[in-house]
Design a protein around this ligand. Structure first.
Ligand code: UGA
Length: 461
């Protein structure tokens, strides 16, 4: 029986291993972590990762061929394949501060693998070590160096980055567009890639399993997110020109995306891309360009982030200038704090940056998000408020948030914000009543008929 161990029971490792265990009942899967509370949560009815369908997957295989345990050394030592899926946050200080990923967890995971494998093995068995987290290109080299330095175990490092998106993890894992496996072009490398390929072949069609070199696989993960970010920044840059010329960004996106070579996805203009990964990966890519002697390419990728910053600050400026050049002392309702619909995650959310801008100008911000907890909303807005003059209220629904407000900003594309009774919203607001749609969810024509003054990203004013 093949044994798999995954170091890191986080947002990537947990769901990825649960689906793997579900689809490969003959493989024993152990997910290990150093955090006891996280392990306990995975073994309870309240999983630490909220993803539609994940509860059912975990319930189906936990105690069968999926275990979640704190016994890191034993499971790593027993495994034929060890996935490493640990956090790689952006460095907060030191060389590459704010741009390079912090590989401290990664390095300690490599040391755990080396020590556990060396202590338990005669060296006859080849451990396949799989990079699952997004890492800078050539990280496998560092991993190999640590493993070699410890000696005593045979291993092969392969790269198998994950491409699922938050909120659709289970669906994306069950039916991935592609699975990518990168390895060395040696007998041992090819056989390690084959071993992993055989695992995925349990449920992924062969033609969707791509194999490449180690470096191509590592780079592809970061590049894929950078391309997604770049598309959003491209359409957002066009949205600014649309507003200045009277063109409609939705029409332009449809016409451009209608070309099969371009494709229609990821062309929704808005208040900017957010989340914990896109910006981090673009900056990681720019840093890799810098470190590898291609500063011009680094500059290109940095512009993707610069346009995103521009889009957020442009939105705040539009709100303030429309409301007679000041929001000081005025109530502004903020609908949506999550970085996209379907998740309660506010990390890197443009909505938080917009709140920061409004609070900085002295607004009284009233926030509502259907999935972000009140505690989280308070924490985010408190951090955004800083020493600003503004005040924050967390509302229980959109109508409460809008009650008595001078302006209303839609910052996450939740379906319920499309379906609001805007007549009721209007009746509760001050005059003139402004709506600033940062996600293009409202029916601009209908709202103008009701009497709102409406601004929508990339739409004729
Ligand atoms: C992203 C990638 O989409 C996944 O493929 C990748 O595996 C994942 O990062 C990761 O590296 O873990 P995620 O961060 O969950 O997934 O979010 P996305 O769905 O990519 O959305 C990112 C941001 O872009 C959101 O703020 C969203 O609102 C914004 N966006 C997206 C737009 O503004 N316009 C669009 O057309 C699409």
């Amino acid at each position: 029986m093949v044994k798999i161990c995954c170091i890191g029971a986080g947002y990537v490792g947990g769901p990825a291993m649960a689906v793997l265990a579900l689809k490969c009942p003959a493989i024993e899967v152990a997910v290990v972590d150093v955090s006891r509370p996280r392990i306990d949560a995975w073994n309870s009815d309240r999983l630490p990762v909220l993803e539609p369908g994940l509860d059912a997957v975990v319930r189906a295989c936990r105690g069968r061929n999926l275990s979640i345990s704190a016994d890191v050394d034993r499971h790593v030592a027993d495994a034929d394949i060890v996935f490493v899926s640990v956090n790689t946050p952006t460095k907060a200080s030191g060389l590459g501060e704010g741009r390079a990923p912090d590989l401290a967890y990664w390095e300690s995971a490599a040391r755990v693998v080396a020590a556990a494998a060396a202590s338990s093995r005669s060296g006859a068995k080849n451990t396949v070590v799989v990079e699952k987290s997004a890492v800078p290109v050539r990280t496998a080299e560092a991993m190999e160096r640590i493993l070699v330095a410890h000696g005593g175990c045979a291993f092969e490092v392969v790269s198998n980055p994950e491409f699922f998106a938050e909120g659709t993890a289970v669906r994306d894992l069950l039916c991935p567009d592609r699975v990518l496996i990168g390895g060395r072009d040696t007998d041992a490398g090819r056989s390690a890639v084959r071993a992993l390929r055989d695992v995925y072949a349990h449920w992924v069609p062969e033609d969707r399993i791509l194999t490449t070199s180690l470096w191509s696989a590592e780079l592809s993960k970061v590049a894929a997110n950078a391309f997604l970010a770049q598309r959003v920044s491209s359409v957002n840059a066009i949205s600014a020109l649309c507003e200045a010329t009277g063109a409609d960004v939705s029409d332009v996106a449809r016409a451009v995306g209608g070309d099969g070579r371009v494709g229609g996805g990821f062309l929704s203009a808005g208040v900017g891309f957010g989340g914990p990964r896109l910006q981090k990966d673009v900056l990681c890519l720019a840093y890799a360009c810098e470190c590898n002697g291609v500063p011009e390419a680094a500059e290109y990728w940095r512009q993707v982030v610069a346009v995103n910053e521009y889009q957020k600050s442009r939105f705040v400026r539009r709100v303030v200038s429309s409301m007679f050049s000041t929001v000081a002392g005025k109530k502004v309702a903020v609908l949506g704090l999550a970085f996209k619909k379907g998740v309660g995650d506010t990390r890197g959310s443009p909505a938080v940056d917009v709140c920061r801008g409004l609070l900085g100008d002295g607004a009284h911000v009233s926030v509502y998000d259907p999935m972000v907890s009140e505690k989280q909303a308070r924490r985010d807005t408190a951090a955004a408020a800083g020493k600003g003059k503004g005040a924050v209220h967390v509302a229980r629904d959109a109508y409460e948030a809008a009650q008595g407000a001078h302006g209303l900003c839609v910052l996450t594309e939740w379906d319920e914000f499309r379906a609001l009774d805007y007549r009721r919203v209007f009746d509760g607001m001050q005059r003139p009543a402004f709506v600033f749609d940062g996600r293009n969810v409202v029916d601009v024509g209908k709202l103008r008929e009701i009497g709102f003054v409406v601004y929508a990203v990339g739409k004729p004013l």
